[in-house]
Design a protein. Structure first.
Lengths: 478, 488
């Protein structure tokens, strides 16, 4: 480890820590934009659909502003040196997501098939819960290193969460993927929370084992082969992700967890061979499962030839879905500048139009320009996360930050790539944009942890204790 | 630990870059293809989002739009006298697509044509709703009505042309269908649609008989044979006797061809046309020869697979044949076939002193504010016959109406030239023949405002009563009269 950036390498150079600005006012200014832009978008939707400013505009604006303001105050109080971009970016995405969810609520087609109608108020509630959890993280997690203590509890917790959807009576099978559980009328995706808990476990475990994994290896054909006993954990994780794929038929989550683990392993050991291993194993696992799992096969078929899939779905052949093609048409019809909010026809996607496929609505109504802006916002969040990892002073913080940002990047890639037909579709949600309580709440917690790490990283080092060596030598005369 | 972190940062950057590239591919490169994909429902949603432009006949719209109110297609098409105009307009159904003018001029009617782009953009800025342009046709409402009523519940078709310009004045096909019945997407639309499909309806009402069905032309083809004979010098004067035996033995066969009438032996061309002698024209076609007959027929528009009005007409055929078949072709009972439009073109070329004009039915395309986007000018298709031949044929055809088989087509105040036809068909002529009549009307000022072809395939009529003059002649007369009256 060589993480000494910005930190005093020598006890006399304390200048750097004095000048670190907290950037809280920058964050506040950006937050104003992050609230005002969705409010304008909301007005835009209302004008486009009903020719009038929506009646809920004021309460929506105040609600979002209030949530953002409270979050900002919490950061100001509990993480004053935190990264100033993360909170505004997440707020902007969440606000725009709410607007588009509300826009899809207005669709009569989606109302008639019970795919929308009252989603926006619920999503606002989830957002409030998410920001509450965000604040809880900031208040109670004074130092992220505390999480290190829960390494193995996290492992058990993550496995527990992942296996929940398989519990009979609790798990729900929605459109072929068993990744939900139903509790008191709420559908919860435990996988979203497992992502964070698993990152904590990986970070804690790898911090301890990284030397063994990195150094105790044999060289073979230019690659460092790890010892069998060090290979154990990675095999276990690989096996778990394959199990998820088989039993929950959730290609995306499986890919996400495995990818996150490989990234963290690589960062911890600095051994490229892990990446090669990881890619081979995930490719082998995916191909292996795809060869006998019809649900996965069907997703791959739909990806290879969405038009054929559409035709088969239209003919009423069961097991086929026209969503993939409908999403492509939504993007194509949006073109460069989009139709304008509220003026597209993404409701044709029907099922999951406001969750897994919400990006298609953005694509159609805001166009290439809008999607590029969104992707860059996601890119910026990831970049701030990686920067936090770089700036973190402890290996656990580094690993946790890169694990969370890496997972976030992978999720964006898997979802956006799936909806845009770049890779097979998977049942995951676009962070912050998509309708879904678990996703919003878990991602706010994720941002909370990143903000906590960045605060620790950017916090000025405490003034060095006076060094007796530096003081003038006093000669004591007898 | 920072080196791998930086690499991961680059990796994440590459992920985002890949997504950006894919999005550019999707929303820039492939955008138009996807947006205009016919399976993309948005194409139809946009098409029906605003009232469709109208098809106009004689200054009045024969189409309209109503709010459908039941789905995401806001407006649906309506037609006034839909069954009468269907052979002209075609249909534009939300569920079953579009045909004919509704399809060919869809860009104008739905307002998506590039020529309307500037207007649409302007409308978008000023907040005005997008409106489709209109298609002004060449048709004559009175003539169309006369033809439609004349055919009544008989099966048949009428095509009328203005010989001087090629403007199509009437285009009727019966039985017809009302396109309004299946313009939407509801269950009743589907029922109405199924009812008029050929597989469920032996009368095949969706068939546009005037443009898209070919018939054996029967004796009306004798006009073409006479033209070929005159053009190629096979006969010199129309009143000179021809050397024709009665009956005439078809060359290379032992089959004797007879006539319905007496007086055909060595009859002159005029007399032969007047009483419709089979022997004279079969022999004449034989004398002209297959190659020259094809050439003459092609000058009149036969063997042209790409005759666009702009709705494409079926190809009328005069094929390469052996001698006996060619002789039968000469009286329209061989393997040659013609659409009603084709036979109207024959009459119009004769009436227009030999010059055949391209038949067309779209006069102008207009934007919603009545700006003219395009005007179709009359185009000459060919000089089918010399002016002298045309004069001679006119004299002969006028004799047919004055004292021959076509007397029922006479009109007070106009000189009518015509030719009847009774085309036998089916195996051994077992089926009821088609009654044909082609004619033109000439006014005292020498102008010929209309040429018409009528075909009636009437299964209900008594076989003996089916003659071109009796069944088809009066319809042709009414159509011509309607055109003449509307000129006054």
């Amino acid at each position: 480890m060589s993480s000494t950036t910005n930190s005093p390498t020598h006890h006399t150079s304390t200048i750097g820590s004095i000048g670190t600005p907290s950037r809280r006012n920058t964050e506040l200014a950006l937050l104003v934009f992050a609230v005002v832009i969705p409010v304008f978008a909301y007005a835009n939707v209302g004008l486009a659909i009903d020719d009038k400013v929506p009646s809920g505009l004021l309460s929506y604006g105040l609600g979002l502003g209030l949530l953002a303001g409270v979050a900002h105050l919490a950061v100001r109080k509990f993480a004053p040196y935190a990264d100033p971009l993360l909170l505004p970016l997440a707020t902007l995405l969440n606000g725009l997501g709410l607007v588009v969810i509300w826009r899809l609520d207005q669709s009569k087609l989606l109302q008639s098939i019970k795919q929308a109608g009252t989603a926006a108020p619920r999503q606002l509630l989830y957002t409030a819960m998410g920001i509450a959890l965000f604040i809880v993280v900031l208040v109670f997690l004074k130092d992220h290193r505390a999480l290190q203590r829960y390494t193995y509890i996290s492992m058990v917790g993550a496995l527990f969460l992942l296996l929940l959807p398989l519990v009979p009576g609790l798990g729900q099978n929605i459109y072929g993927a068993k990744i939900w559980i139903s509790v008191a009328g709420f559908s919860i995706q435990p996988g979203e929370f497992a992502k964070i808990v698993l990152a904590i476990f990986f970070a804690g475990y790898l911090m301890v084992k990284r030397d063994a994994l990195a150094l105790a290896s044999r060289r073979f054909m230019g690659l460092y082969l790890p010892r069998g006993r060090d290979l154990g954990p990675i095999l276990v994780v690989w096996f778990i992700s394959i199990l998820i794929l088989v039993f929950e038929t959730d290609l995306g989550t499986s890919l996400l967890f495995f990818g996150m683990f490989v990234i963290m392993l690589y960062v911890a050991t600095e051994r490229t061979s892990w990446i090669v291993f990881g890619l081979l194993m995930s490719a082998g696992g995916a191909v292996g499962v795809a060869s006998f799992e019809p649900h996965v096969q069907q997703r791959v078929q739909a990806w290879l030839d969405p038009m054929k899939e559409f035709a088969q779905s239209r003919k009423g052949i069961p097991g086929h879905s026209e969503q993939a093609m409908q999403a492509l048409w939504a993007f194509g019809s949006g073109g460069t500048l989009g139709t304008g909010l509220g003026q597209g026809h993404s409701e044709l996607i029907r099922f999951a139009a406001n969750s897994d496929f919400i990006l298609a609505t953005f694509g159609e109504e805001l166009g290439l320009a809008g999607i590029m802006a969104l992707l860059l916002i996601y890119g910026l969040i990831v970049e701030r996360g990686v920067r936090t990892a770089l700036a973190a002073r402890d290996p656990f913080g580094k690993l946790l930050a890169i694990g969370l940002s890496g997972a976030f990047a992978l999720q964006v890639f898997v979802v956006a790539g799936g909806v845009m037909g770049l890779i097979p579709l998977t049942g995951m949600t676009m962070p912050f944009l998509a309708y879904g309580g678990s996703s919003v709440i878990a991602n706010w917690a994720l941002i909370g942890i990143l903000i906590r790490i960045s605060d620790t990283a950017r916090r000025p080092a405490p003034a060095p204790a006076s060094n007796p060596d530096a003081e003038m030598t006093q000669v004591v005369r007898p | 630990m920072n080196k791998p972190l930086r690499r991961i940062a680059i990796f994440c950057g590459l992920l985002v870059l890949t997504l950006l590239l894919r999005d550019n591919w999707l929303q820039y490169v492939k955008a138009d293809t996807l947006a205009s994909d016919t399976d993309n429902r948005r194409v139809n949603i946009t098409r029906y989002a605003s009232p469709r432009g109208d098809i106009i006949v004689g200054g009045k719209a024969i189409t309209g739009s109503v709010e459908s109110g039941d789905n995401d297609f806001k407006y649906k098409r309506t037609w006034k006298d839909g069954a009468m105009w269907a052979p002209v307009t075609g249909y534009s159904s939300q569920a079953f697509g579009a045909t004919q003018l509704e399809k060919l001029e869809d860009g104008i009617l739905s307002g998506t044509d590039n020529r309307l782009f500037f207007r649409n953009t302007l409308d978008m800025i000023t907040g005005k709703k997008k409106e489709g342009g209109s298609v002004v046709t060449t048709l004559n409402a009175a003539a169309q009505k006369a033809a439609y009523q004349g055919l009544g519940n008989k099966k048949g078709a009428v095509a009328a042309i203005d010989p001087a310009t090629g403007k199509i004045l009437a285009l009727v096909s019966t039985p017809s269908y009302d396109p309004s019945a299946f313009a939407g997407t509801s269950g009743s639309d589907e029922k109405a649609w199924n009812k008029v499909q050929k597989k469920n309806n032996a009368d095949d009402p969706m068939l546009n008989r005037a443009l898209r069905e070919t018939y054996p032309p029967g004796s009306t083809f004798k006009v073409v044979t006479a033209a070929a004979a005159l053009e190629n010098g096979v006969v010199s004067g129309i009143d000179d006797p021809t050397k024709t035996p009665d009956p005439f033995k078809l060359p290379q066969t032992s089959t004797n061809l007879t006539n319905e009438h007496g007086g055909c032996e060595n009859a002159s061309l005029r007399e032969a046309l007047r009483v419709s002698c089979n022997t004279v024209f079969a022999k004449m076609a034989d004398n002209v020869g297959n190659q020259k007959m094809i050439e003459q027929a092609e000058k009149f528009g036969f063997n042209n697979a790409k005759l666009d009005t702009p709705v494409r007409a079926a190809e009328s055929i005069y094929p390469e044949d052996n001698r006996p078949q060619n002789a039968l072709d000469g009286i329209g009972q061989g393997s040659n076939r013609a659409t009603p439009l084709q036979m109207a073109m024959v009459a119009s070329a004769v009436a227009n002193n030999g010059k055949l004009m391209q038949p067309y039915m779209v006069d102008q395309l207009r934007a919603s504010n009545l700006d003219v986007l395009e005007t179709n000018e009359p185009k000459e298709l060919s000089q089918a016959i010399s002016s002298e031949t045309a004069q001679k044929l006119q004299q002969m055809m006028e004799t047919v109406v004055k004292t021959g088989t076509g007397t029922k087509a006479q009109i007070d105040g106009a000189t009518v030239g015509g030719k009847t036809g009774t085309a036998q068909h089916g195996l051994n002529n077992s089926e009821k023949p088609y009654a044909w009549f082609i004619s033109y009307a000439k006014l005292s000022d020498g102008s010929t405002p209309v040429a018409v072809a009528v075909v009636v395939e009437d299964g209900a009529a008594n076989r003996g009563d089916i003659t071109g003059g009796g069944l088809a002649g009066p319809i042709a007369r009414d159509v011509m009269k309607a055109v003449i009256d509307s000129k006054k």
